[in-house]
Structure formats: structure tokens, C-alpha cells
Ligand binder design. Structure first.
Ligand SMILES: [Ca+2]
Length: 138
């Protein structure tokens, strides 16, 4: 009897898990850390997506309860790359969303580049007061 009861319990548990998995939205996540604002504290960039959409946030080590929302959008446009890059010069594209002109940007600290591997990429860098996002030329 004990063996039968254990087996029934196992079947019920398996059905419960399958139902829970089917009801849950698919979620993916990427994370990268660096010192994006140059204050010596580790900052964390995170991209979370599910079937309702995605968002990218950067949380400064100095303000752990106040993440900055960098980007949001539909799930099908969710970024699939996220990298920390050292200080350098970057050329923005005039074709991306925003001001519609190309610009040369010199970053003073670590920055974040996220995007889709086969398409667009965005640079996120600290201006001294806030995070700014620009679209990069290929
Ligand atoms: Ca920092």
C-alpha cells in the first residue's frame, strides 16, 4: 500500500509541475557588471524578457534601489547580446531612433553595449549625471 501511495503522489506531483510550466511565461535574462558611472562601485546591467516584452535596466552601486530603465520594447525585439566595453570612441548612427544625426562619442569609463547580434546595437554610457543611450553605426 505504501508503494502505491508514493507512486500516486509522484504522478500528481508530475502533473502539477507540467501544469505550472505550461502556465508560466517564458523568461530570459542577461546580466553584465562594470563600473559604468566611474564611482568605484560595481553597477549591474540587466535585460529581462518574457512573452509580454523586454526591459533593460542599469542599477548603480551607489543607488541599488533606483534602477534606471534604459530600454523597453516588444518581446520579438529583445536584445540577445550585452557586453561591457572599456573607455573609447564610438560613432553613432543617423539611421537609428533619436536625433537623426551621426555623432562621435568619447566615453570616460566602462560602458555597456547591448543589441541583437544580427541587427542594431546601442551604447549606454554615464554622462556624469545620468545614463545616455545612443545607437551605434555598424
Ligand atoms: Ca559604479
Amino acid at each position: 500500500m505504501t508503494g502505491v501511495r508514493i507512486m500516486i503522489t509522484a504522478v500528481i506531483a508530475a502533473c502539477g509541475l507540467a501544469g505550472a510550466a505550461a502556465a508560466q511565461n517564458f523568461t530570459s535574462q542577461m546580466q553584465a557588471t562594470g563600473d559604468f558611472d566611474g564611482d568605484g562601485l560595481t553597477d549591474t546591467a540587466q535585460m529581462v524578457s518574457n512573452d509580454r516584452g523586454y526591459h533593460v535596466t542599469v542599477t548603480r552601486g551607489a543607488a541599488p534601489r533606483d534602477p534606471a530603465v534604459i530600454a523597453e520594447g516588444p518581446a520579438e525585439r529583445a536584445p540577445n547580446t550585452m557586453n561591457v566595453v572599456p573607455p573609447g570612441e564610438f560613432r553613432t548612427t543617423a539611421a537609428g531612433p533619436g536625433e537623426g544625426r551621426s555623432e562621435q562619442i568619447r566615453t570616460r569609463g566602462q560602458a555597456l553595449i547591448y543589441g541583437t547580434a544580427e541587427s542594431s546595437s546601442a551604447l549606454v554610457y554615464w554622462t556624469g549625471d545620468e545614463f545616455r543611450t545612443v545607437w551605434l553605426a555598424d
